[in-house]
Design a protein around this ligand. Structure first.
Ligand SMILES: [Fe+2]
Ligand SMILES: [Fe+2]
Length: 457
């Protein structure tokens, strides 16, 4: 019985190919092929088989099997659509990740990173309102909106707190009276962002009831992005920690040198400040300016190797003692050379005692052969030395110091750079003593306010 029915089916199958049989196949069946079959094609074809078998829909094994195949195809089509949706979500996620990683190197600030993240999430979920909130630094139970058009009311605060405590993404609908997003009732998705165990912020998405509900793939995308953002923040914090530690180490080294001679205490930091003032007027790139600052800060670090009796001597130095002092630029150079990230600062360190006309030390180079950073540091160095007290004299006031320096223009000091520095100082100090107090105070604080990138860019 089954054999006979299968044979019938085979015959009908041949009819459907148009190669045998009398019954004309329905239109859908005529175009049925393994490459373009759709469930509706199979259904039409099955109906045609039933008609050929007598039209009574009598169940038998072959037809049941074909029904099953059609059902499987329906399921496949649904799964296909689901996969396409997930693929699109992953594509959106990759787009955000790509954009954030592309723009990240330009950012040195955690808040800027979070703002960039929010901007990217807003674009990925353009149908929703997106916001980023983080705990208030003063009161951790309060929330601060980093960006986005959502009101953080008590209800939303509780949802964010819950997402933070449970470390999970959650979806919730606002109660009717809530005003998270205007007066409209919305569904919100809250995803916490963690840097290790530290809660950084929460991304909040809100959609109105007219929009499609948040899907599993939305959750997946936002969770992945939140994890990615948390990892970025963690990396940023680790890099910052290393930079801060490096900078603190350098400051400790500079302080150790300054401590050797109370009369030069704070000298290196002030030189870095004056060099920065001049460097900023010279169209230096950010990287050049940073290296100038490092060089100025470290220019005298080699004095750590100069004997105390020579360094602190108040009387006239003997020839040998002066030769010993003259070793310090090369000693500074040798110290800084050990830090690969400061390679571009070496010239400024080594040559800060060269004379414009030659005859300086350690190499006796002259004019434009002296690296620009070294010529800038030379001017800043002389200005600070003149305006600082020494054991054998009181400090010159800034006007006298500039006059003395003018006398050395073209001989010791670069004749093109010196007038720029003089003009700069005269403009800054036009208000007299008060202005001088402000400038020196800023010079003293320079190291605290400066946040170098340590050549990492
Ligand atoms: Fe020096
Ligand atoms: Fe110096």
């Amino acid at each position: 019985m089954v054999q006979a029915n299968l044979s019938d089916v085979n015959q009908v199958s041949r009819q459907s190919d148009g190669s045998a049989g009398n019954a004309a196949p329905p239109e859908e069946s005529a175009c049925l092929s393994p490459t373009n079959a759709r469930p509706s094609d199979v259904r039409g074809w099955l109906d045609h088989v039933r008609t050929a078998l007598g039209g009574d829909g009598t169940p038998h094994a072959a037809l049941a099997g074909l029904d099953g195949m059609a059902g499987s195809l329906d399921q496949l089509v649904d799964e296909h659509a689901g996969m396409a949706e997930e693929l699109l979500a992953v594509y959106e996620q990759l787009g955000v990740v790509f954009e954030v990683t592309r723009r990240l190197p330009g950012l040195h600030d955690e808040l800027q990173m979070l703002e960039l993240f929010l901007e990217s999430v807003s674009r990925s979920f353009s149908q929703c309102a997106a916001a980023l909130v983080r705990p208030n630094e003063i009161d951790a139970s309060d929330w601060v909106l980093i960006g986005g058009g959502i009101t953080i009311n008590a209800w939303l605060s509780q949802r964010i707190e819950q997402a933070r405590c449970e470390r999970r993404t959650m979806v919730a609908s606002t109660p009717p009276s809530s005003s998270v997003f205007g007066d409209v009732s919305v569904e919100v998705l809250v995803a916490p962002i963690f840097s290790g165990d530290d809660f950084v912020a929460a991304v909040v998405l809100a959609r109105t009831s007219q929009m499609a509900p948040f899907s599993a793939s939305d959750m997946l995308v936002i969770e992945s992005l939140a994890t990615f953002c948390g990892d970025l923040v963690r990396n940023h914090r680790l890099v910052k920690e290393v930079r801060d530690m490096s900078f603190a180490t350098v400051r400790a080294l500079v302080n150790a040198v300054d401590q050797k001679d109370p009369y030069t205490c704070g000298h290196s930091v002030r030189v870095a400040y004056y060099a920065t003032l001049l460097g900023k007027t010279l169209d230096m790139t950010d990287a050049e300016l940073e290296m100038l600052q490092w060089a100025a800060l470290l220019h005298d670090v080699g004095k750590i190797g100069i004997r105390d009796d020579v360094l602190k001597k108040t009387g006239k130095l003997t020839k040998d003692e002066f030769e010993h002092i003259k070793e310090h630029p090369v000693r500074s150079y040798q110290v800084v050379k050990e830090v690969p990230q400061l390679a571009a600062a070496l010239d400024g360190v080594r040559h800060h005692h060269e004379y414009y006309t030659g005859g300086g030390y350690p190499d006796g180079i002259a004019g434009r052969d002296i690296p620009l950073a070294a010529r800038v540091i030379q001017i800043a160095d002389v200005f600070d030395a003149l305006t600082s007290a020494r054991s054998y004299r009181a400090p010159y006031d800034w006007k006298n110091a500039l006059s003395i320096m003018r006398a050395e223009s073209g001989s010791r000091l670069d004749p093109a750079l010196l007038p720029v520095f003089v003009n700069l100082l005269e403009a800054l100090l036009a208000d007299g003593d008060e202005a001088w107090a402000r400038v020196t105070e800023r010079a003293e604080r320079f190291a605290e306010e400066w946040h170098p990138a340590l050549g990492s860019d």
